[in-house]
Ligand binder design. Sequence first.
Ligand SMILES: [Zn+2]
Length: 277
Amino acid sequence: MPELPEAETMARDLNKRIAGLTIADVLVSFDKIVASDPASFAPLLKGRSIQRVGRIGKWIKADLDSGAALLAHLKMTGQFFLGEWPGSVSSPWPPHARAAFLLTGQAEDQTLYYRDIRKFGRLRAFSRDDLRDFLSDLALGPDPLELGPGEFHRLVSSKKGRLKQVLMDQSVVSGLGNIYADESLFAASLSPVRPASALTPGEAETLLARIKSILLDAIELRGSTVGNYQGLDGPGSYQDRHKAYGKSGQDCPRCGNPFARAIIAGRSSVHCPVCQK
Ligand SMILES: [Zn+2]
């Protein structure tokens, strides 16, 4: 599932390619992909120009000149790519394409497609006011890249639950999932199964520093291509740097003891029981 570095990569790719263009038409071939009011989805977007594409947590947000916005959560297998306008919903579409946005404003029109094999991702369009209400209801925690150690310690240590579960809770910090939580905890030598409330201020400072450096390195390498994820301009390569995530059954590169696997918050978790305390 795309996490912060993958959403950031997709947002940057999109911003580079489609900011400044106008959404001339919208087609949706799979209705459930639109999770906001379906009657207002195309009307909020049509005729509006895209000012900027950015990221909030794992969400991608395209700001329009009207103050409205298009929000996308990629979930398991959501992707954007550019192609040719299909003309209608009954014409042949590229495989697994669920929505199409005709973009004008360059010498040649382009079509931004949203593709989703497993169909868990969702698109939403909101007016300025509805966007504010939606984001307020989402109650996302701060972005880890913009967080200081004192605030991070306060947020994490005030929660019940295991450390990894709390790190993946989007209302505590937004953007971390299974991959970057496993990698950050390994880099900070902290066990994912210990209680979050036991994190000391010093440990929190180390953990936040590791989280930031791992996220920034991953963004530099266009994220981790695990499964089918890729940005608009190609896949990522941070998966080649993973030290713990997905390494169940292998030996810890630091101490040589075998990695342990645990299920935390329903997700498979890998850690070294010797070096992660
Ligand atoms: Zn170890």
